[in-house]
Write a protein that binds this ligand. Structure first.
Ligand code: GLY
Length: 575
């Protein structure tokens, strides 16, 4: 195994040893890593809210959003409250030291998307992660100070609130500040994420998260005084409280101490970008999805456009359906990996890739009985540590947000005095064309490192409107490239296979990302006989557990239902 995957190996080993241990600590709940995890069907029980809904990977964070809805806030106020609360209660992926994408649909018909993806620092270079002596990739894009892009989360959430929210930042941040200051009860999810990622949180953060060298124990209260103070500064000063002044100085001081390259000038320059959501259709439904710097919207649109050309699809679980889905994903990911990047730096052929004509051409290249080959290679299993949350209010405004540090606890670098983890998003760039990143994605020049450039993302916060233009679904996922396939599959399960949202979320998933040329599937996705048929068609199958981590909301008569990912942790809280 290459040094690049050392961290992953440590995570896997920790999880294996955890799952073999059945001593003192109750082993009742699994976490979002899915390492040894299992789907509990009961966990996909839908929650009803007559007035609004928040669905996320953390119960206190969903409750924070619901508290804001209850106080009269709209879905954007609730989304920003949930986002800041996740930074406190779900430090694994929730963040102020990372970035994300928020997709907004207002009941008055306005649609907006905000891109607060991290950018490469000004001192970044194309080959900064290649060892000049060996020409091989190092693991510095994954772990340590060089791995971080300039964080965008605070600027993005504040900007979204200012434009579409109704409450001041200090009001929507109040629940997060309370959770940091007064603490919250550590659940087995946080405990297990710490136990499973022992090798990641490094430097000063180790002392806080591993008191006495052991992970925070379930049932104990976890107070984050430094983070509380940082949040109070942001609540009082807005983004300036993060991108300048003492918080920024603490971040840069830690970068300098550890050999990182983010400077005060990088922080001063950071700006979120408003984008026009990609608007596409599938069987008469409208999808509002995220454009670049995320690849999510284009790749989902391309996949669904290809599938639409086949008329009603074969039934879920059949060899014919699994084959068509795989071949559509394969073609969409081939384009994604080669052609997409930050639109400020590369010309993205968005119109072409999302056109129905182009999809028909791609569909014509699919042999319904035979897999199309893409060159295979071996890749270590990847982590999935992003988080998605959805909010809806009584007026019909909805928000779909995905945010991340990239890996669990990001780069492992924690900012002393300010109390938060920094991302390792630099690994989402093409660190070396032709070499896989930690998700096994083999990408091209369009996504090469350039100072100030956004690294290509797979985050796919999506809103689906029904044939009358009313919100049907608010959905997205965590899981690197598996975000795209899982979000697409939840949507297909609802629209094509007529499943309830709970069933759509429970349904075992498939994943194919063109390279490696492997069809990954969860147990139960199809029968052994279907697996044999797929092999006979030429597919290389790999059974895996926990493909992605989605959270969704669906509009129903009289209100909303929320369903949190049954494979992971979290809660939907209605109002
Ligand atoms: N860091 C995972 C993604 O943005 O796709």
């Amino acid at each position: 195994m290459s040094s690049r995957f050392t961290r992953l190996a440590l995570v896997v080993l920790a999880a294996v040893s955890a799952s073999c241990h059945h001593g003192g600590t109750p082993q009742t709940v699994d976490i979002g890593t899915y390492l040894g995890g299992q789907v509990s069907l009961a966990e996909a029980t839908p929650v009803f809210g007559a007035h609004g809904m928040v669905s996320s990977n953390s119960e206190p964070a969903s409750a924070a959003g619901a508290e804001i809805l209850q106080a009269g806030g709209n879905a954007v106020d609730a989304a920003v409250a949930t986002g800041f609360a996740l930074a406190v209660t779900y430090p694994y992926a929730g963040n102020i030291g990372g970035g994300g994408f928020m997709n907004i649909h207002m009941a008055d018909g306005r649609n907006a998307a905000i891109d607060y993806r991290e950018v490469a620092p000004l001192a970044a270079t194309r080959d900064m992660f290649v060892d000049p002596a060996t020409g091989k990739l190092t693991d510095k894009s994954v772990i340590g100070h060089l791995a971080s892009g300039v964080p965008g989360a605070v600027a993005g959430m504040a900007e979204a609130l200012a434009k579409y929210g109704t409450m001041p930042l200090s009001a929507v941040m109040a629940p997060a500040i309370r959770l940091a200051k007064e603490g919250f009860i550590v659940d087995s999810a946080l405990f297990r994420s710490l136990r499973g990622n022992r090798a990641v949180p490094q430097f000063a953060g180790k002392a806080l998260f591993y008191p006495g060298g052991e992970p925070l124990q379930p049932g104990t209260r976890f107070v984050q005084a430094e983070l509380a103070r940082t949040l109070e500064i942001i609540a009082a000063k807005g983004p300036a409280g993060f991108y300048s002044g003492e918080v920024a100085e603490a971040l840069v001081e830690e970068q300098v101490r550890g050999g990182g390259i983010i400077t005060m000038e990088d922080l001063r320059r950071y700006k979120p970008e408003w984008r026009t959501p990609i608007r596409s259709t599938y069987r008469g439904y409208t999808l509002l999805t995220m454009p670049p710097a995320s690849s999510g919207g284009i790749t989902m649109t391309e996949t669904l456009n290809i599938l639409e050309t086949f008329g009603p699809l074969p039934r879920y679980g059949s060899a014919a359906y699994s084959h068509l889905l795989t071949e559509a994903f394969r073609r969409a990911f081939i384009d994604r990996n080669a052609k997409l990047g930050d639109p400020a730096f590369v010309k993205v052929p968005l119109e072409q890739l999302t056109s129905k004509t182009y999809a028909s051409q791609l569909a014509a290249s699919i042999d319904r009985n035979k897999a199309t080959k893409t060159p295979a290679f071996k890749v270590a299993s990847e982590p999935e540590h992003t988080t998605h949350y959805s909010t809806a209010d009584s007026k019909g405004n909805v928000v779909s947000t995905t945010t991340t540090l990239n890996g669990g606890f990001g780069s492992g670098v924690w900012v002393p005095k300010a109390g938060f983890f920094l991302n390792n998003e630099m690994d989402d760039f093409t660190a070396q064309p032709g070499s896989p990143n930690m998700y096994g994605l083999v990408q091209g020049e369009a996504n090469a490192i350039v100072p100030g450039k956004r690294m290509l993302s797979a985050m796919s916060p999506t809103i689906v409107l029904d044939k009358d233009g009313k919100v049907l679904l608010v959905v997205g996922a965590a899981g690197g490239p598996r975000i795209i396939t899982a979000t697409t599959e939840v949507i297909l399960n609802v629209i094509e296979h007529q499943m309830s949202l709970a069933d759509a979320m429970r349904a075992p998933r498939l994943h194919h990302q063109s390279l490696p040329d492997t069809l990954r599937y969860e147990a139960g996705a199809f029968s052994d006989a279907v697996a044999d048929s797929l092999r006979a068609m030429g597919h290389v199958l790999l059974r895996t557990s926990g493909l992605a981590n989605a959270n969704g909301i669906m509009r129903v008569s009289g209100g909303w239902i929320g369903v949190r990912e049954p494979r992971s942790m979290g809660a939907s809280v209605g109002h």
